[in-house]
Design a protein around this ligand. Structure first.
Ligand code: DP6
Length: 334
């Protein structure tokens, strides 16, 4: 066992969504997914293994956490303990820098930071694919938050083959892609992503079509990234997100994460894009908020359009972010 360790991981937004597990125990997704790691939203996590406590302790933003979220943390820690051959419980201290106003889930950054900090604190030297497999045990989307930029999660068929890796994109795509988060609600959703995807996979008649669509979208997205073709990337991402949400409508019982404002924004953006030729595309996760994909030169126009049409929505702009980083314990992180 070595010194306590801080790690930082950034959250990500999926362009090809992960929606459905083929093995909930191993956390294997039904389909490959692909995301963009984001610059401004991250989690810092400190892990310290110690025999002076009886069970794992987890505090997030100074609040003690128990129940299911603690169980996910322990799942990651158990794997670290097994790999390192140790038994000590851990004290886990996390700080989220994912503004509620961004409407982005923090489980991706949280579990990725945990995996990196815990491995380091246990004296393990793991490469990024191994860290992504560890993060996967906490939350699927965390698999993609070990690396920066565009990241693909290979679904795989067992623990060893289900991991993420960076995907190259022709310049200047990575440098000038922007994500404009438009927040209508920062309330916790009625159906979390774990439960929502489980219901969709188990009951939606559109689920087989969704997994086929996701594979086809990824097949088209990889060359679009390779060519640095933002318009293609945006079109594929928007279509993929709407296909995922279509599958929830066909679940039993049916459900949707959309609020009326979600649909109004997605349709409004499509009409504006078609009439004015502005390259802006929508993607939506397991909640009512919309993330718009655009390029740096168009951010100001997008903000003006949002202020005119959705004056009450909160808007946060970010760009591509890095993979995990480490800080020695004792050094203050902001
Ligand atoms: C819609 O990673 O939160 O954001 O693996 O059950 O913890 P669990 O789910 P989670 O699901 C993310 C779903 C999504 C799409 C995506 O990020 O790919």
């Amino acid at each position: 066992m070595t010194a306590p360790q801080w790690a930082r991981a950034h959250t990500n937004i999926a362009l090809i969504k992960y929606w459905g597990k083929k093995d909930a125990q191993l956390m294997l997704p039904a389909n490959d997914s692909l995301s963009l790691t984001l610059a401004d939203f991250y989690t810092d996590t400190l892990v310290r293994f110690t025999d002076s406590i009886a069970t794992d302790q987890f505090a997030l933003d100074q609040q003690p956490i128990t129940g299911q979220p603690l169980a996910k943390v322990t799942r990651v820690l158990d794997q670290v303990r097994q790999l390192a051959g140790i038994t000590a419980p851990a004290v886990v201290t996390s700080r989220n820098h994912v503004p509620t106003a961004a409407g982005l889930a923090s489980s991706a950054s949280g579990m990725a930071a945990l995996a990196a900090a815990a491995a380091q604190a246990a004296g393990l030297t793991l490469d990024h694919p191994a860290l992504s497999r560890l993060a996967r045990l906490g939350s699927g989307s965390a698999t993609r938050s070990i690396d920066g930029g565009f990241v693909r999660w290979f679904a795989g068929h067992n623990d060893a083959t289900s991991y993420a890796a960076p995907v190259p994109a022709a310049p200047p795509l990575l440098a000038d892609i922007r994500v404009v988060a438009v927040v209508f609600s920062d309330q916790p959703k009625a159906i979390g992503s774990t439960a929502g995807m489980a219901r969709t996979a188990a009951t939606s008649s559109y689920f087989p079509a969704w997994t086929q669509r996701a594979a086809a979208d990824l097949h088209r997205l990889l060359p679009a990234l390779n060519a640095g073709d933002f318009v293609q990337v945006g079109q594929i991402a928007e279509g993929n997100a709407l296909a995922m949400h279509a599958a929830t409508w066909a679940a039993d019982p049916p459900f949707t994460y959309f609020l009326p404002a979600t649909l109004a924004l997605v349709q409004g953006i499509q009409v504006w894009r078609q009439s004015q030729g502005v390259p802006v595309y929508a993607t939506v996760d397991a909640g009512p908020n919309v993330k718009l994909l655009t390029r740096a030169p168009h951010v100001a126009a997008v903000q003006r359009w949002l202020a005119a049409h959705f004056p009450t929505a909160q808007v946060v702009v970010t760009q591509a972010g890095p993979g995990i980083s480490y800080y020695p314990a004792g050094k203050e992180v902001d």
